[in-house]
Write a protein that binds this ligand. Structure first.
Ligand code: NAI
Length: 262
């Protein structure tokens, strides 16, 4: 559903981890699609200011709310601040996420790293979704499409034993997507998972030389790095309501990385 089909009501999205990287790409694509956008992140720095500027340049309202998605006791207050800033939400994008502090042998994964990955990548988004979904259910949709999009990863299905706890957190996000999709379908709320492959951001910068080589050697049928705009466009398409009779799906934004090849 585009803005016209929504009766031209302004729609509003909250993008966690929207300060930079894929979150910025999503914020820009949503703004391009007519959404007012709140970016939620740990710190309001120069990157955050650049993202807010970019939203404004696309003609919609932007705002910043400080938030740590892992701090689940703060979620209610965070959503209050988000809605105070732009009004009632129609869309939540659970994008904030971290990789392992250090890639290494699965046999040496520490409980501390395991817990941290689970808190930020899984438990935080799960409980934030719970809170936002409850608000969606309390309010009438006013004819507007509402949805929740979870940014998981190719590691939702692909095993990388040098960052096992990351893979576990992201594969559980897939199930969380299906669980919420099954719960919220009756209310017309779509829940989706977007699985980025190798996307050029700070997160992948540590392994850029390795990915350059692997992409050149045929890692992906589409032989290039993914860009944050690739992920942004996919999320914006889902948020537009164009897939109104779909829910629980995972969209790969990975240049075909997921295709098993012989
Ligand atoms: P990034 O590191 O550039 O950006 C992540 C953003 O999330 C940062 O602004 C960071 O401050 C924020 N963040 C981290 N922990 C947070 C917390 N506890 N609360 C609130 N905000 C927090 O990383 P990138 O690449 O943009 O990643 C975004 C999402 O995409 C993550 O969930 C990541 O796992 C996922 N992803 C990234 C891929 C890539 O190739 N870059 C591939 C597959 C998935």
């Amino acid at each position: 559903m585009n803005a016209a089909a929504s009766g031209d009501k302004v729609r509003r999205a909250f993008v966690t981890g929207g300060r930079r990287g894929i979150g910025r790409g999503i914020a820009y694509a949503l703004a391009q699609g007519g959404f007012d956008v709140v970016i939620g992140d740990l710190t309001r720095d120069a990157d955050a200011e650049e993202t807010l500027q970019g939203i404004a340049e696309r003609g919609t309202r932007g705002a910043f709310v400080t938030c740590d998605v892992a701090d689940i006791n703060e979620h209610q207050a965070v959503i209050d601040r988000v809605e105070d800033a732009i009004g009632p939400l129609d869309c939540l994008v659970n994008n904030a996420g971290i990789s392992v502090a250090k890639r290494g042998d699965l046999l040496e994964t520490t409980p501390e790293s395991f817990d941290q990955l689970m808190w930020v990548n899984l438990k935080g988004p799960f409980f934030l979704t719970q809170k936002v979904a409850s608000r969606f259910l309390e309010r009438r949709a006013d004819g507007c499409y509402r949805c929740i999009v979870n940014v998981s990863s190719a590691n939702a299905y692909a095993a990388s034993p040098n960052r096992g706890e990351y893979c576990l957190s992201k594969s559980a996000v897939s199930m969380a997507t299906k669980l919420f999709a099954a719960r919220l379908g009756e209310a017309g709320i779509g829940v989706f998972e977007v699985r980025p492959g190798v996307i050029r951001t700070n997160m992948t910068a540590v392994a850029a030389a390795d990915y350059d080589k692997r992409i050149a050697a045929g890692l992906t049928p589409i032989p290039r790095w993914g860009e944050v705009q690739d992920v942004g466009r996919a999320v914006a398409a889902l948020a537009s309501g164009a897939f109104g009779f779909s829910t629980g799906d995972a969209i790969h934004v990975d240049g075909g990385l997921h295709i098993p090849r012989l």
